[in-house]
Design a protein around this ligand. Sequence first.
Ligand code: SAM
Length: 329
Amino acid sequence: MEPLVDSWGREIRSLRVSVTDKCNFRCRYCMPAEGLEWLGREEILSFEEIQRLVGLLAAMGVDEVRLTGGEPLVRRDLPVLVEMLAGIEGVRDLSLTTNGVLLDRLAGALVAAGLRRLNVSLDSLSHVRFAEITRRDALDRVLAGLAEAERYPELRPIKVNCVAVRGFTEEEVPALAELARRKPYVVRFIEFMPLDADKAWREDDVLTGGEIRALIEERWPLVEVPAKASSTARRFRFADGAGEIGFVNPVSEPFCSSCDRIRLTADGKLRTCLFSRREWDLKEPLRAGASDADIEALLRNAVAHKELKHRINEPGFVRASRSMSQIGG
Ligand code: SAM
């Protein structure tokens, strides 16, 4: 099949699939304490529906698939889906983004099913501050999940993602940088984006990657490592050799011009940008018996409308139509 190219000439190679909108954490920058109104069971795509869409996209050149949510590990039988997707020709890179709290139980089954890459979100290594940000006392379980993942050499790299919020994260930086030095984890700081369900985000809350880098370099000089053109992260190694740190700077250094990503929400909507105001329904046509050619045409049409850029930094920026956990971060 012809590759999937948007109207700005960007070739789509990467797909994020949200398998559920539910989450067992309540991170302050993402979801309110009481949670959100969850999707009904019938609204969520089945594993077979996800497999069909991924198969079609893989035939159009999408070779990177990341499972996310909500919290993907709360979706029952997730390893079954991993196995179904790992078997699709063309899916070269299958990964998972998780808060890690169920990972100690599931890592073995996920690896056996074909998972090869893992991102674990972790914002603090202090029990008190971890509970403050996630509203859950679960740091030990997340660390146990990471330790379990580490036992499988097939699962590399293991990335630890930390959302950087001004007034909170500065204090976490030394311990997280040390984690990158002491463990085989690539620690990455991600700028806080206006995707919180509470709509409390303010530009001033963004602690930029540049600022964090300066904090780290007060103690440990860093050396930049070349990254892939489509990479969201700038990569650095410690000058003394031990460990890797990354910065994902969507606010201070947008990387939209090389964006090769699309997203499938748990309820079967295609989104061409995290900040999209418009979504393209695939569930209804899938369930109405659309042919592969029909679905392919829908996918190509949606991608043709992919936004040029997110416009967070422009006057009159309008927030996305859904929040991070409902989209699939
Ligand atoms: N539950 C999984 C997890 O914790 O990784 C997957 C879904 S979660 C929505 C994906 C990532 O989005 C997490 O690393 C989370 O910290 C991040 N995130 C959530 N809200 C965010 C925001 N407003 N700005 C930046 N990152 C955010």
